[in-house]
Ligand binder design. Structure first.
Ligand code: ADP
Length: 267
C-alpha cells in the first residue's frame, strides 16, 4: 500500500484537511516482477542462438575445418540459428505490441470456413511431409466479427503446433459448433485437435505462458520459440474469447476456443 498526503485549503486559504491517495501497489509490483522475468527470459533465449552462430563461425574462421561436408554443415547451423533469431525477435516484438495494446484491430465480418481453407493450403506441404491427414468440419456460413489477419494468426499457430507435435501418420482436425444457440450470447466453439504426443497433466496449466515448453529440445528442433501460445491467448482475449486445452500424453491434444458469433447479413 502506498500513501500520498496532500494538504487541502479553502478559497480563503484556511486549512480544510488532508487528501490521502491510497494505492494498492501489489499489482504494480507483480507487473514489475513479470516484466523483469520476461527480460531475463528474453536475454537467455537470444543468447543461445547467438552463442551457436559465434562458436561455429569462429571455428570456420580459425581454418581448422578442411573438408567441405563439415564446412557446409557448420554453415547450415549458422544459417538456421540466424533464422531462429529472426523468428524469436519477430515473436517478441509481436507479443509486446499485443500486450501493450499497440495493435489496432480492424474488425470486420470474417467467414471462418474460407479462413481455415486458406491456412490448410499453406500448411499442406508440412502435413504431407509427415503423412498427417488434415480435415475440418466447419459450416459454410459462419461469421465472426474480428480482425482477419489476427484470426488467421490464431489458427495458424494452433495448427502448425498440431502438425509439429504429432508423429508421422497422425491426424489433425478443426471442428466448429454454435453454442448457446438462440441465447443472448451465441458463441462459436472451435476445437483444434490432433492425435499427437500430448501434454503431461502437470504442464497443462502453464502451457500458455511465455517461453514455456514441455520439451525445450523438441520445441527448438521444430523451430518453436515458445511464444506461439501466449500470442494466441492474447489475440483470443482481444476478440473477447476464451481458450483452454485438454490433452492426454500419447493420445493427443485439443485446443478449445470460444469466440462470439456474428449473424451473417441476411438479404
Ligand atoms: P513452441 O514455439 O515451443 O511450439 P508454443 O507457445 O506454441 O511454443 O507452445 C508451447 C509448448 O506447448 C510447446 O513447446 C509444446 O511443448 C506444447 N504444445 C503446444 N501445442 C501442442 C500440441 N498440439 N501438442 C503437444 N504439445 C503442444
Amino acid at each position: 500500500l502506498m500513501f500520498d498526503g496532500v494538504p487541502m485549503f479553502e478559497d480563503d486559504d484556511s486549512y480544510r484537511g488532508m487528501l490521502f491517495l491510497l494505492q494498492d501497489v501489489t499489482d504494480i509490483r507483480r507487473l514489475e516482477r513479470m516484466r523483469s522475468e520476461f527480460v531475463a527470459n528474453v536475454s537467455h533465449e537470444l543468447k543461445t542462438p547467438i552463442a551457436a552462430v559465434k562458436g561455429f563461425a569462429e571455428t570456420l574462421l580459425a581454418g581448422g575445418v578442411k573438408d567441405e561436408e563439415t564446412t557446409r554443415s557448420f554453415l547450415q547451423i549458422i544459417y538456421d540459428e540466424g533464422d531462429r533469431l529472426n523468428r524469436l525477435i519477430g515473436d517478441i516484438l509481436e507479443l509486446s505490441k499485443i500486450e501493450s495494446k499497440r495493435i489496432p484491430l480492424e474488425y470486420a465480418p470474417v467467414q471462418i470456413k474460407d479462413l481455415i481453407d486458406n491456412i490448410y493450403e499453406v500448411l499442406l506441404p508440412a502435413a504431407k511431409k509427415k503423412s498427417i491427414v488434415m480435415t475440418h468440419d466447419i459450416p459454410e456460413h459462419l461469421f465472426i466479427e474480428g480482425d482477419e489477419d489476427r484470426l488467421q494468426q490464431i489458427f495458424m499457430n494452433l495448427l502448425s503446433n498440431a502438425i509439429s507435435y504429432t508423429q508421422e501418420g497422425g491426424r489433425v482436425r478443426v471442428d466448429a459448433e454454435i453454442i448457446n444457440e438462440g441465447g443472448e450470447e451465441e458463441q462459436i466453439r472451435f476445437t483444434v485437435s490432433d492425435t499427437g504426443i500430448g501434454i503431461p497433466k502437470k504442464d497443462l496449466p502453464r502451457i500458455f505462458e511465455r517461453f514455456y515448453r514441455v520439451d525445450k529440445a523438441r520445441s527448438r528442433s521444430s523451430g518453436g520459440t515458445g511464444l506461439g501460445l501466449s500470442i494466441v491467448k492474447h489475440l483470443v482475449e482481444l476478440h473477447h474469447g476464451t481458450i483452454r486445452v485438454e490433452s492426454r500424453v500419447g493420445e493427443g491434444s485439443s485446443f478449445i476456443l470460444e469466440l462470439p458469433l456474428m449473424h451473417p447479413f441476411e438479404n
